[in-house]
Design a protein around this ligand. Structure first.
Ligand code: SAM
Length: 679
């Protein structure tokens, strides 16, 4: 795969910023870009300049004071750099906004600073030390794509790593105020291109404002061409002038011309105040938590208890398996893994519910070793995300002696690990703003201003909006009946670790997986049995898990046996549950399509796949789905939860538009219609 292809796929390796540090008279340091030959800010008056140009240039103190919308105020920025501008915007928001208001920051960056450089640069502003520490703690790996950070209860930051024009063209969301930063057009002409201005115009709210330090002709012309009014206003310090302005009628977002069915439903006329989430596994519990964090009251329903189904294992591995060459599915899971890592830190800062042990993926055959080598070249991810290692390193990082392995090569995901999924579901279900209700929902009926849920015990519940997150049962409702879902039974086995036997210190996986022991018990598995909906544990499945473990770690199983571990399948214990998968193995997360309307509106596709009716997809208003997380829900469910909560609350989404579409619960309806063309 060429670098151009990788760029198009959003997986080009990112170069981190190349800096040197300039010292002023007082021995203080200012970062200077070696790539662009320019400073990020002036040490003397950088903060004052930001306040003048970007904060006052967009009239933010007044707008924050007057902000009364349920949705967050959205700021978009080109060139995150050190984050000074956005930290100042955050400080301004804290000073002026009402306690209910929320702020959403979207910023692009093609050359992210390393965490150390970021910390060093922001040390220039002691008054922003707390904010800088919060930012640095969640600072993402240099991987292209969107990284969502939670700066505080009310403030979210989406960092879009990649080129500004490309990232903003792929943004699913609209902005109220733009900070047009980035080095001066004379030093960085590649960024200030018509494509950037078009993307900005397409992703502006009506009346969106902008401010920029530059008055360059290319910027004035570019903004005017896409519909912005601009005026020159006094610049900061020695700069005589700068630009600010607004756009009254933003351009239409053309992203979905080729796929009108994925056009998101318009925000509800009345912001959601009460949402019912059905299913308290990881998918539902994480949606409930995400909505409650936004001030929405949530009733979380389950016919059993939080984490009773497939999310109910005592231990689960947070890991992913990516295709050799990047595709939409892999990009989704990579984004999901990185997201879950940051999310777990926020949900469980004390680390009681998960461990960043690292995950080793063994190459037990020459074919697999070759596949891993190709994978590493195709993705070119930083070693902090995944690294190819040899047998000696494998043994030293695994906690097990070399004779435990036959693999000569492995992939190491150092920041992945394992989670206590059931305890995590319980924690999420107990979030402030979430009320857990025991109950089985039988039908959903549209009601005035929302939905009425009929429960098996004869009771009802009314909610403004509903999220269905009941794994393989998600298509039991009339409105979701067309969702193709496959039940997959999975069983894990457990043995108490005998004294004196070494334990893996990382999750080790090949065909199956084995995490480090929890509470003295080693869990391994899991079986994979499509179309089997039984959740009874079976001796045959324990035997299968044992053989898989013996294939993965032959020497280790012998050591366990020799030390007297209970490895008789007839006497072993474990747990079985049913997971759900979609035919293409990506989860479903998004609005519930009205399948009858789609089949009617897009019927022409079944004759000619190019006959695309320009009709936006019809949806069951206020009904959402998060399901088909298979056995990788720890990597996918939290990101899908953010996606749904962001959509319900009318915020920018945490994924580029192509990946939002990849998750759409209606995608199989379109595939079905197009497939008819070929028959
Ligand atoms: N807003 C920043 C702050 O508050 O620290 C300062 C921004 S600095 C002057 C310009 C930033 O734009 C640099 O971090 C640079 O890497 C980034 N940049 C330059 N060209 C870019 C492009 N085409 N896409 C995205 N970011 C770009």
């Amino acid at each position: 795969m060429s670098v151009t292809d990788r760029l198009r796929d959003g997986l080009a390796p990112l170069e981190t910023a190349r800096l040197d540090w300039q010292r002023d008279d007082g021995d203080l340091e200012t970062p200077h870009s070696l790539t662009f030959g320019d400073v990020y800010f002036s040490r003397q008056d950088g903060r004052a300049e930001t306040e003048h140009v970007f904060i006052d240039g967009n009239d933010l103190p007044r707008r924050f004071r007057e902000w009364r919308e349920a949705r967050p105020f959205v700021i978009g920025e080109t060139g995150f750099g050190t984050g000074l501008n956005l930290l100042c915007a955050w400080a301004c928001f804290r000073r002026h906004a009402t306690p209910e208001a929320r702020l959403h920051l979207v910023s692009t960056e093609k050359y992210p600073l390393t965490r150390d450089d970021l910390t060093r640069a922001l040390a220039a502003w002691p008054e922003l030390a707390d904010a800088a520490a919060r930012l640095a703690a969640q600072w993402p790996e240099p991987v292209a794509g969107v990284h969502r950070l939670w700066l505080d209860q009310k403030v979210t930051l989406d960092l879009h790593f990649g080129d500004s024009a490309e990232c903003l063209a792929a943004l699913d969301g609209r902005v109220d105020a733009w900070f047009l930063d980035g080095f001066a057009p004379s030093k960085n002409p590649q960024m200030w291109q018509p494509a950037l201005f078009e993307a900005i115009a397409c992703h502006s709210r009506p009346g969106a404002t902008f401010a920029t330090f530059t008055c360059a002709g290319v910027v004035k012309r570019g903004l005017k061409a896409v519909g912005f009014q601009w005026r020159k206003v006094p610049g900061f310090g020695r700069k005589r002038e700068m630009l600010s302005g607004e756009i009254e009628t933003p351009a239409e977002d053309s992203a979905r011309h080729a796929t009108p069915w994925f056009t998101p439903p318009a925000p509800a006329p009345r912001p959601a105040q009460h949402v019912a989430v059905i299913g308290a596994g990881l998918a539902g519990a994480s949606v409930a938590h995400a909505l409650a964090r936004r001030g929405v009251t949530v009733t979380l329903l389950d016919r059993e208890a939080p984490g009773a189904g497939a999310s109910g294992n005592a231990q689960g591995a947070l890991y992913i398996k990516l295709a050799v060459a990047p595709n939409a599915h892999s990009r989704l899971y990579l984004a999901g893994l990185l997201h879950s890592r940051r999310w777990l830190d926020v949900v469980d800062p004390e680390g009681a519910l998960w461990q960043q042990s690292g995950v080793l993926q063994l190459a037990n055959t020459p074919d697999e070793a070759e596949r891993q080598a190709r994978f590493l070249t195709h993705y070119a991810l930083p070693g902090s995300v995944v690294e190819g290692i040899d047998a000696a390193t494998l043994a030293s990082r695994s906690g097990l002696p070399p004779q435990a392995f036959t693999a000569e090569h492995a992939l190491d995901y150092p920041t992945a690990g394992w989670v206590r999924p059931q305890a995590l579901c319980q924690r999420l279900a107990a979030s402030s703003g979430v009320r857990f209700q025991h109950g089985e929902v039988e039908t959903l009926t549209p009601a005035r201003d929302g939905w009425r849920l009929a429960l098996a015990d004869g009771g009802t519940l009314d909610a403004d909006q509903v999220v269905v997150a009941t794994a393989q049962l998600s298509n039991r409702f009339a409105q979701t009946a067309d969702l193709p879902l496959q039940p997959i039974r999975g069983q894990v086995s457990q043995v108490r670790l005998p004294e004196g036997v070494p334990a893996p210190t990382r999750v080790i996986c090949a065909g199956g997986y084995v995490p480090p022991p929890a509470d003295g018990v080693l869990t391994f598995g899991a079986t994979f049995a499509p179309h089997d909906e039984s959740d009874e544990t079976r001796e045959a499945d324990h035997a299968a898990n044992l053989s898989e473990l013996a294939r993965t770690l032959p020497g280790y199983v012998e050591a366990l046996r020799a030390a007297g571990a209970e490895l008789d399948p007839a006497r072993m214990v474990g747990r079985a549950a049913v997971r759900a998968a979609s035919p293409d193995k990506s989860p479903y997360a998004g609005p519930a399509p009205d399948a009858t309307a789609w089949r009617h509106d897009y019927a022409a596709l079944s004759k000619d796949a190019k006959r695309i009716a320009a009709i936006p997809g019809a949806h069951h208003a206020g009904l959402w789905i998060s399901t088909a997380h298979g056995s990788r829900g720890l990597a996918s469910a939290p990101l899908c939860a953010e996606l749904i909560a962001s959509r319900i609350c009318d915020e920018p989404l945490p994924l580029p538009v192509a990946l939002v579409d990849q998750l759409h619960p209606g995608r199989r309806l379109i595939r079905e219609l197009i497939r008819l063309t070929r028959h």
